[in-house]
Write a protein that binds this ligand. Structure first.
Ligand SMILES: Cc1cc2nc3c(=O)[nH]c(=O)nc-3n(C[C@H](O)[C@H](O)[C@H](O)COP(=O)(O)OP(=O)(O)OC[C@H]3O[C@@H](n4cnc5c(N)ncnc54)[C@H](O)[C@@H]3O)c2cc1C
Length: 497
């Protein structure tokens, strides 16, 4: 007997869950309140420019990584052209030099040693850790060990890399910066993290760099919406469907079991199983008891949320191999905070992202949710602050590229409130949780719980369920949740390939 599964949210986790559930024989309906798929993982067009809602890449997108299999199963490989970055970004140092974080480790090492001979020991030690991480692969639960060329030995790779994982899973970037002598090295290593501060474990920097060296951090060549569309088309190919403009309001529960979803417009979607991949606070609020008092929703924990400034500019930025960071010693204020540096990403690798010879640029400013929430009471002040954010970015770039300001054709600013409105994520969070010093314990503990004790037929997945956010995590989360659901329902889990 085929079971009906209703999934709340067509973000990465919801679409991934839908694909695996459809492949495993469930009749899948994904309910999405917005008009497009992807949730936080999206792109949008303004005045002929295409801007992205996410910044970095996926993990494990090259043959040989266990996760490559997942990207094939999800239809990403084959439907969504990916590109591997050659650089994680360049920083213009206070002394005028430009230093680049090349993804090729040998090139990175030579470049950093040449620029920072006083910190040669620290550079070599960082590179040694990076090389050790080359042996580590994020495992894919339930991958097919016989699939040639797809699965290395993740358990073995974790054991080989264990000393590095333990050391750098607890050591923060801030600690590394404190050990450096050359102020330029501090500026360059500090640029390894574009947002989120220096208190992240170094492992969160090392692992993506190691994957990038192996050409396994693919980024959609044509924007993150093209990635979401690839998932959507795979879901439809397997018989699932997405209902847009379908905002879930509450669950229909009978005799301790979930029976469907009631939409905000009054429609009812009957289902034997419901999986929520929506905002975690929303999900908790519709469960019996509706308790949203947990530490996960503590506004103090979530308050840091960036503002995104997009610019369409009539000049070509393809000379930069990746994002470019400038330090701002006078720390101009916008978005309620002094801004100490500015990182500008461009999308010149995608000719469709801007008219010929022009560039779609994206920058993030540090900010906090409460600042925008308060401003919103006065719409004109809110809009004025958005303009101030755009002006800060334009003026900061103008200092380094005279004439830039006159070439800006499009400005587009999204605040944490914008993200909250469009995706429902509490406080506009871009990652429900960030990796912290407990990251290794979490990695070793494995997957979290996806069902809900006391409510039969209810499942959850996505960035609010996992230990940290991110697109790869969300895709794995949908897969793992459906594996658990299949196990409980006595249905063989199928990946569709
Ligand atoms: C600016 C920015 C940059 C980022 N950069 C990166 C990056 O470089 N690399 C990376 O890995 N990650 C990045 N992230 C994080 C990543 O995008 C998210 O962690 C991930 O996409 C979360 O996926 P999800 O499916 O769990 O949740 P979401 O994407 O939030 O999906 C939830 C979906 O549920 C829908 N929904 C919510 N409530 C309801 C309801 N009541 N009814 C119906 N539908 C509902 C929403 O509209 C949404 O489509 C970035 C995020 C942002 C904002």
């Amino acid at each position: 007997m085929k079971r009906d599964l209703a999934i709340i949210g067509a973000g990465t986790a919801g679409l991934s869950a839908g694909i695996y559930a459809a492949a495993s024989g469930y009749r899948v309906t994904v309910l999405e309140m917005a008009g497009t798929p992807g949730g936080l993982c999206t792109s949008w067009s303004r005045g002929g420019y295409l801007f992205d809602g996410s910044a970095a890449g996926l993990a494990g997108t090259g043959p040989g990584a266990p996760l490559y299999r997942m990207w094939k199963e999800l239809g990403v490989i084959g439907r969504c052209p990916l590109r591997d970055p050659v650089s994680f970004g360049s920083v213009r140092l206070t002394d005028g030099r430009t230093v680049t974080v090349w993804t090729d480790i040998d090139r990175f090492e030579a470049h950093f040693l040449e620029n920072f001979p006083r910190d040669a020991r620290a550079v070599r030690s960082f590179v040694r850790a990076l090389r050790a991480c080359l042996r580590f692969d994020m495992p894919l639960a339930g991958g097919d060990p016989k699939a040639a060329g797809e699965l290395r030995n993740p358990a073995g790779s974790a054991i080989a890399a264990l000393p590095v994982l333990l050391r750098y899973g607890t050591r923060t970037l801030r600690r590394l910066l404190a050990e450096l002598e050359d102020p330029g090295a501090v500026e360059a290593f500090g640029n390894l993290v574009h947002f989120g501060g220096a208190d992240v474990p170094l492992l969160t920097v090392l692992l993506p760099l190691a994957y990038a060296h192996r050409k396994m951090t693919g980024m959609p060549r044509h924007g993150w919406l093209s990635f979401a569309r690839a998932l959507e088309s795979r879901l439809e190919e397997l018989g699932g469907r997405v209902l847009y403009g379908a905002r879930a309001a509450r669950l229909r529960i009978e005799d301790g079991a979930v029976r469907g979803v009631v939409l905000a417009d009054g429609r009812e979607i009957s289902a034997d199983r419901v999986l929520s991949s929506a905002d975690g606070r929303f999900t908790r609020s519709v469960l019996p008891g509706g308790d949203v008092s947990g530490a996960d929703f503590d506004p103090r924990r979530m308050s840091d949320q960036p503002v995104q400034v997009n610019l369409g500019v009539a000049e070509d930025w393809s000379e930069y191999p990746g994002p470019l960071t400038w330090l701002l010693p006078d720390a101009p204020v916008a978005a309620g905070r002094p801004q100490h540096r500015l990182t500008v990403h461009h999308r010149c690798y995608d000719p469709a992202s801007a008219p010929a010879g022009k560039s779609a640029l994206m920058a993030f400013l540090e900010s906090d949710y409460g600042f925008w929430k308060d401003l919103e009471a006065d719409r004109s002040r809110y809009e004025a602050e958005k303009r101030r954010c755009a002006d800060l970015v334009v003026q900061a770039v103008e200092r380094f590229r005279p004439g830039f300001a006159g070439k800006v054709e499009v400005t587009d600013v999204s605040t944490p409130r914008t993200r909250e409105r469009y995706t429902g994520n509490y406080m506009g969070t871009m990652q429900a949780r960030k990796p912290d010093a407990g990251m290794i314990r979490t990695l070793l503990r494995g997957a979290p719980r996806y069902d809900e004790p006391g409510l039969d037929g209810f499942w959850q997945a996505g960035q609010w369920v996992e230990a940290w956010g991110g697109i790869t995590t969300a895709a794995q989360s949908g897969r793992n949740a459906v594996r658990a659901m299949c196990r409980k329902d006595g249905v063989p889990f199928a990946s569709g390939i």
